[in-house]
Design a protein around this ligand. Structure first.
Ligand SMILES: [Zn+2]
Length: 428
C-alpha cells in the first residue's frame, strides 16, 4: 500500500513539471488572477481573461451604467495601478457609462468591432473617472485599454513580421520567464559586410509591464533597421542590433502595471538577478556580447512615465556617479535624437545619480565604464511635440525610428548615400 501511494505520487511529480514546461500559456486558470474576469451584466459581457487583459471587477450602477475596479498590483516595493484592458460584447445600440479610474491617461483608447485602436474623444472621456461610449446598431463589440496596448503574443507577432521580411534579421530564444514563458531577442545586421567597423547596439523594453510606449518605440526602431530602404540598408551595414522586445513577459501577459509575476521590480535586479530569471536572461546575453569581439557600445532601456511631461526624456546620469566625460557622451546621443525628429526637443531633461548596482546602466558603468553609453528613455501618455496633439503609438514608432537615425550623428558616420564605395567593406 505505501509503495503504491509512493509510486503514484512519484509519477505525478514526474509528469506535472513536463506538462507545465511544455505549455507555458496553459497557466493557472483565471480564478488565480483577480484581474482576469469574465462577467455578464445587463446582457453585456465584460472579459479581461486573455493576453494583457486586466479588470478586477465590474458591477451595475444603473441602466447601462457600470462601476469598474481596475487591478491594484501589490509588489515588494508597494502598490501600482493604472493598466486596464478588457472587451465588451453585445454593446450595439447602447450608450454605456463606465465609472473607471484613468487619471494617469485622460483619454484612454478604444477599438470597435476589431477595428484599429484610437484615442477616445473628450466626449467619450468627460472626466478622469468616467467614460461614456455610444455604439451604433452595427457596433457589436469593443475593446478598451489604458493606452495603445501590445500584449505578449501581439508584440512577438509584430516583431516576427518585421524580422521575417528582412533576410538580415533573425530571432533566438534567450530563456524562459519565472512562469515559463519564452523570451526572445532579435538580431539584425548585414551579414555581407564584415563586422570589423560595426557598432553593437542593445535595446530592450517592457521591463515594467504597463509601459507600452516602450514597445512602440522598439517597434519603430525595429521597423527602420529591418526596412528595405536606403536608411535600413545603411543601418545594417554599420551596426549590429540586439533587441529584446519584452523583459517582463509574465507581467505583460497578466495585464500588470509595473511589477513581475512575483511582485518584484525587474528593473532593480541587475546587481544580483538570482531571484528573477527574466533579468538574468538579459544579463547573460549582455555578458556574452561584452566578452566578444564587438561589445555593446549603446544600450537603450525603454520605459514610460505616468507623469504629464511636455516631452519624452532620458535619465542622464551625472557626476559624481559617473564622470563628466560620460555626461558629455550621454548628451551627445540626446542631442542626436533631438536633431533626428521634431517629436523630441529635450524639453524635460532629467538627471540622476546612477545607483551603485540596481540598474542595467549601473551594470554597464561598473564593468565597462565610458565604453557603453547606456540610458533609460521614458515616454508618457499625454501630448506630443510639436503640435500638442494627444500622442499615439504611431508617434512613438516615429521616435523609435529617430533613435536609430540618431546613431549616425552619435557615431559621426557619413550621411546616408555619402559612404565610401560599398566594395571597400563588402565580403567576397
Ligand atoms: Zn519603467
Amino acid at each position: 500500500m505505501r509503495v503504491n501511494i509512493f509510486t503514484s505520487v512519484l509519477l505525478i511529480l514526474l509528469l506535472i513539471p513536463m506538462s507545465v514546461a511544455e505549455e507555458p500559456d496553459s497557466l493557472p486558470a483565471s480564478e488565480t488572477y483577480p484581474e482576469k474576469i469574465v462577467k455578464t451584466l445587463q446582457g453585456i459581457t465584460f472579459d479581461s481573461d486573455y493576453d494583457n487583459g486586466s479588470l478586477q471587477d465590474v458591477i451595475e450602477a444603473g441602466e447601462n451604467v457600470f462601476n469598474c475596479t481596475i487591478y491594484t498590483e501589490q509588489g515588494e516595493l508597494g502598490s501600482s495601478i493604472y493598466w486596464f484592458r478588457f472587451k465588451m460584447t453585445s454593446v450595439a445600440g447602447r450608450i454605456i457609462t463606465l465609472n473607471i479610474y484613468h487619471s494617469q491617461n485622460p483619454l484612454p483608447v478604444i477599438r470597435v468591432n476589431d477595428g484599429g485602436w484610437r484615442r477616445m474623444t473628450d466626449a467619450e472621456a468627460p472626466s478622469l473617472s468616467k467614460l461614456v461610449l455610444s455604439f451604433a446598431a452595427d457596433e457589436d463589440h469593443a475593446e478598451l485599454a489604458f493606452f495603445f496596448p501590445s500584449g505578449y503574443d501581439e508584440t512577438y507577432q509584430q516583431v516576427g513580421d518585421l524580422v521575417r521580411r528582412c533576410d538580415m534579421a533573425s530571432t533566438e530564444s534567450i530563456g524562459l520567464s519565472y512562469m515559463g514563458r519564452s523570451m526572445w531577442m532579435a538580431t539584425i545586421t548585414d551579414s555581407h559586410v564584415a563586422d570589423t567597423n560595426k557598432h553593437r547596439i542593445w535595446m530592450h523594453s517592457r521591463t515594467h509591464a504597463g509601459e507600452a510606449t516602450g514597445t512602440h518605440v522598439m517597434l519603430g526602431f525595429l521597423n527602420l533597421v529591418t526596412s528595405n530602404s536606403p536608411a535600413g540598408r545603411y543601418m545594417r551595414r554599420h551596426f549590429i542590433f540586439n533587441i529584446v522586445p519584452l523583459l517582463n513577459v509574465d507581467g505583460v501577459y497578466l495585464g500588470y502595471t509595473r511589477w513581475d509575476s512575483q511582485g518584484i521590480d525587474p528593473e532593480q535586479q541587475w546587481g544580483n538577478p538570482s531571484r528573477i530569471p527574466e533579468t538574468a536572461n538579459l544579463r547573460a546575453k549582455v555578458d556574452e556580447f561584452m566578452d566578444g569581439s564587438h561589445p555593446i557600445e549603446v544600450a537603450l532601456n525603454l520605459h514610460s512615465t505616468y507623469i504629464n511631461y511636455a516631452d519624452t526624456f532620458f535619465y542622464k546620469h551625472v557626476y559624481s556617479s559617473v564622470t563628466t566625460a560620460f555626461e558629455a557622451i550621454e548628451q551627445r546621443y540626446i542631442d542626436a535624437l533631438d536633431h533626428a525628429t521634431p517629436l523630441f526637443d529635450n524639453l524635460n531633461p532629467q538627471t540622476s545619480q546612477l545607483h551603485p548596482y540596481c540598474y542595467i546602466e549601473s551594470y554597464f558603468w561598473n564593468n565597462w565604464g565610458e565604453s557603453v553609453m547606456a540610458m533609460t528613455h521614458e515616454g508618457h501618455f499625454f501630448h506630443r511635440l510639436p503640435d500638442n496633439l494627444w500622442i499615439t503609438n504611431e508617434d512613438y514608432k516615429d521616435i523609435g525610428a529617430a533613435m536609430a537615425m540618431a546613431l549616425i550623428e552619435y557615431f559621426n558616420l557619413p550621411p546616408i548615400g555619402e559612404e565610401s564605395p560599398p566594395t571597400s567593406w563588402m565580403i567576397y
